[in-house]
Design a protein around this ligand. Structure first.
Ligand code: HEC
Length: 186
């Protein structure tokens, strides 16, 4: 009997605490005190949460095997063209940080200018996953609906070798303009 009464007390205590926490969270969201602007840098807690969750997802879901697209000049060149068409506006040209576009400067978080802050050290499967699925709550779009897996692997190949391209491919890469977007040779 006594036990029952105590149990009831504990249960209603927990329920009350939960209700207060929910009302508190709801009021906070409604109050406008949680920033919704994009002209700021993400805070530490936000960055930690987003990174940890993304890295855990990549560990679980990103393909582990080798890039099925062979490393050769033609494929790297194809990668430059795909990058110019789909990515340069946000991730920049061969000039990297020196030429980031107005769109890149205004995003929250800002997309890395890949010629400066590249992903050559990342496994190609991780780049494949990011390009195919995008990154939630950032400007990074998912290209799974617009590019084939073959094209996405071609992009991953280019990103992996961006800092050590053969001279002819490097030349084409240096012609890519990210703002206004001008395709290499066109
Ligand atoms: C509209 C802007 C936008 C476009 C277009 C875009 N991205 Fe991104 N991308 C982002 C943002 C923002 C991030 C940072 C996401 C984050 O903080 O995790 C990002 C992250 C990445 C990363 C991870 C970088 C790192 O340092 O870990 C890779 C790789 C990448 N994008 C590749 C691409 C490729 C390849 C394309 C073209 C097919 C592309 N992105 C198109 C905005 C964009």
């Amino acid at each position: 009997m006594l036990k029952n009464v105590m149990l009831k007390g504990v249960v209603s205590g927990v329920a009350l605490t939960l209700a207060v926490a929910l009302i508190g969270a709801y009021s906070l969201v409604q109050s406008g005190l949680i920033p919704a602007n994009a002209d700021a840098k993400p805070g530490r807690l936000e960055t930690w949460m987003a990174r940890t969750s993304l890295n855990a997802t990549l560990r679980r879901d990103a393909p582990k095997g080798q890039n099925p697209v062979a490393l050769n000049e033609q494929n790297l060149l194809n990668g430059v063209h795909l990058y110019a068409q789909n990515c340069a506006v946000c991730h920049g040209s061969a000039r990297g940080d020196a030429s980031s576009s107005p769109i890149a400067k205004g995003l929250y978080p800002e997309p890395p200018q890949l010629a400066t802050e590249g992903v050559e050290d990342d496994p190609e499967g991780a780049s494949f996953w990011r390009i195919k699925h995008g990154v939630r709550l950032t400007g990074m779009p998912s290209f799974g609906n617009s590019l084939s897996d073959q094209q996405i692997w071609t992009l991953a190949l280019f990103l992996k070798h961006m800092d050590k391209l053969p001279p002819t491919v490097q030349q084409t890469w240096e012609q890519v303009q990210n703002w206004p977007v001008i395709e290499a040779g066109g």
